[in-house]
Design a protein around this ligand. Structure first.
Ligand code: IMP
Length: 424
């Protein structure tokens, strides 16, 4: 069975744990989009590892881990991440980079930083890792790919790219320009960094795995609501975290995918700017943040917290292509008397009720959540390993979410450890 793990909300849903669990039974793990804007922590071998780009499956021996063509790679960050793993004695020989992946150049991070620091209205709240500008250049066909670093035609390519780049850097942003020699020096350095991992025969590796019916795990980053096409645009990332992104970013087509598992928290969090109808700016929000340790791995920012939003989640089931849901952090509600679930939005201008997700996010400021309230279970469920042993109120709550979402909740996570997982 080939599975895709997708974030079903605004990222940070606890994908790392689910990916880690599923990676045990996978032969090939492919990260298909995003870059080092993602961040997750995995505890293994009694140590804590922070991952941004490298699939955490690398912690298991004998797995092939690909950084796919749909990703963008910031070389210095990659270097730091890989050296950290090597220092801890992790065998990284299974790591492969698709030569079609894009490179984040210093001017991309500079433009990202500039845009974020000068924007007042319309600020996105990016991770400032150059993600948007790298994808912009990729789509404008003036980006650099890993394979370019080893190409005898690199110099010729730079003759096309650089005049355009420098004009924009100078005239639009008022930023530093780059000479061809500077960029060639950078490329030489990057070529060395990536050399041990670039997989020029990636087609053969993928073909062989397909022929031998190896189990493939497609690892998504961020979440459906941050998707460039379907998310809360423009407050999104610049790639396709949806299940379909696995088919464009991995090197395999959609027929290779058997299941799409959407990871969602029992509540919602978001970092950065953008609409969030169920956001709680009161004590309840603070309580969720403190119990759930909701602070960003990449930026350390406190996450915005709110009640579970079945409106966006139903949308995520559709556009994300979810076949089931892994619900995480349900134990955060152990001490809650009441748990709310948003089932619709009400337009405060005219009373209109939306049960489908309204994609024009500029009207979201007029929307308020319509909630149903569930009774809490008032007990510690972090030690429960079987679904049947969950308290009745927890089971009722899960059954109601399944009814609203119209897909099964196949995994329930009741704590950070691998053992704290209920397979239904
Ligand atoms: P960018 O991906 O750095 O361009 O940021 C765009 C938006 O996506 C911002 O709101 C970020 O906070 C958000 N974002 C990017 N990566 C992640 C992630 O891994 N988890 C949660 N939010 C993210």
């Amino acid at each position: 069975m080939n599975k895709v793990v997708v974030g079903a909300q605004w990222g940070d849903e606890g994908k790392a744990k689910i990916t880690d669990l599923l990676a045990q039974n996978a032969d090939l793990i492919i990260r298909y989009q995003g870059g080092c804007n993602a961040g997750h922590t995995v505890v293994a071998h009694n140590k804590t590892f922070k991952f941004h780009l490298i699939p955490s499956g690398i912690l298991y021996k004998g797995k092939t881990c690909f950084i796919g063509a749909g990703t963008v790679i910031l070389p210095e960050y990659f270097e730091e991440e890989i050296q950290g793993l090597i220092k801890e004695g992790i065998d990284v020989t299974g790591l492969k980079i698709n030569p079609l992946a894009s490179i984040t150049m210093p001017y991309h991070t500079e433009v990202d930083g500039y845009s974020e620091s000068t924007a007042t209205k319309g600020k996105i709240g990016t991770t400032k890792k150059g993600i948007g500008p790298t994808y912009t250049d990729k789509m404008a066909r003036i980006g650099l790919k890993i394979q370019d670093l080893y190409s005898p035609e690199l110099s010729e390519k730079l003759d096309i790219i650089l005049p355009l780049k420098n004009k924009t850097l100078k005239e639009v942003y008022g930023l530093k320009t780059y000479t061809k020699e500077e960029v060639l020096d950078l490329c030489e350095k990057y070529a060395e960094i990536f050399k041990p991992y670039v997989c020029f025969d990636w087609q053969k590796v993928l073909e062989d795995a397909k022929r031998d019916k190896k189990a493939v795990l497609f690892e998504g980053a961020q979440g459906v609501m941050l998707d460039i096409d379907y998310g809360t645009y423009p407050f999104v990332t610049s790639s396709n975290p949806i299940g379909g992104g696995a088919a464009t970013g991995s090197g395999y087509g959609p027929a290779m995918i058997d299941e799409v598992i959407g990871v969602a928290k029992a509540y919602v969090t978001r970092v950065g700017e953008g609409p969030f109808v169920t956001e709680l700016t009161d004590k309840t929000g603070d309580k969720i943040r403190e119990i759930g340790h909701e602070y960003g791995v990449t930026t350390g920012r406190p996450r915005r917290c709110g009640w579970f939003d079945a409106v966006t989640m139903k949308y995520a089931v559709l556009v994300g292509g979810l076949t089931s849901v892994a619900l995480t952090k349900i134990d955060v509600f152990d001490t809650f008397d009441e748990i709310k679930v948003c089932t619709a939005y009400k337009d405060t201008r005219n009373g209109e009720i939306y049960t489908s997700y309204p994609t024009d996010v500029f009207i979201h400021k007029y929307l308020e959540p319509v909630y149903e309230t569930h009774k809490g279970w008032g007990q510690d469920i972090t030690g429960i390993k079987e679904y049947e042993k969950l308290p009745e109120n927890a089971k009722k709550y899960l059954a109601r979410l399944e009814e609203l979402l119209e897909v099964p909740i196949s995994i329930v996570s009741v704590g950070p450890d691998r053992e704290q997982t209920i397979f239904k």
